[in-house]
Ligand binder design. Structure first.
Ligand SMILES: O=P(O)(O)OC[C@H]1O[C@H](OP(=O)(O)OP(=O)(O)O)[C@H](O)[C@@H]1O
Ligand SMILES: Nc1ncnc2[nH]cnc12
Length: 194
């Protein structure tokens, strides 16, 4: 499997380092599935930094007032982007983890063998995490069936905020997550034709 970086915001060398750090692990977590592992990317400061730079380049000047990250792998990318854009980072968490008054959303996992991955079907945030009128960039590491990103967008909108765009580092294209999310989605590292 080959990849390409979907932005001109970083150099060709940096793009190469980013795509070289994606590891595809066959038959994990179940036979027949392909796991897109980003841990080598996170472990390579140059590639990780370039990934963040590319997202910041894309979203600077877009009027974003908050960056939401989805627990837990989404946090790795959303938090540094929020810092660079100088806006609050808002963690969306799996149920039962937040100590203060919270608001949440239940969403349906899409049917099919892939939904049996690790799926959770509820996300929560602290009530004071986002305000009505916030213009939000929602970041996760991976778009699969789109159920998680869909739920996150619904929660953003439930509090009267707006989703400017959803960004993921990679996607599992055959799961057609974009159709489920029904909002603008940017995938930073796309599958390339061999
Ligand atoms: O598009 P979907 O089919 O909903 O799948 C995508 C979600 O699945 C993974 O999360 P996981 O539940 O494995 O959580 P983790 O990041 O905490 O490992 C991934 O990080 C996305 O959040
Ligand atoms: N194919 C995949 N690779 C990495 N993380 C995942 N989470 C759900 N599906 C995944």
């Amino acid at each position: 499997m080959h990849f390409r970086v979907n932005t001109k915001g970083i150099s060709a060398e940096a793009q190469q380092a980013v795509v070289d750090s994606i590891r595809v692990v066959p038959n994990f977590p179940k036979p027949g599935l392909f796991f897109k592992d980003l841990s080598l990317l996170l472990g390579n400061p140059a590639a990780f930094g370039s990934t963040i730079d590319a997202l910041v380049h894309k979203y600077a000047g877009r009027g974003i007032t908050a960056v939401v990250g989805i627990e837990c792998r989404g946090f790795c990318f959303a938090a540094p982007v929020a810092i660079a854009l100088k806006v609050p980072f808002v963690p969306f968490r799996k149920p039962g983890k937040l100590p203060c008054k919270s608001i949440g959303i239940d969403f349906k996992q899409s049917a099919g063998k892939h939904s049996a991955y690790f799926g959770k079907d509820r996300l929560e945030m602290h009530e004071d995490g986002l305000t009505a009128g916030s213009k939000v960039l929602v970041i996760d590491d991976l778009l699969g069936t789109g159920s998680t990103m869909f739920g996150a967008c619904e929660l953003v909108e439930k509090v009267g905020a707006t989703v400017v765009e959803c960004a993921c580092i990679v996607e599992v294209k055959e799961l057609a997550g974009r159709e489920r999310v029904k909002r603008d989605i940017f995938i930073l590292i796309e599958d390339a034709e061999d």
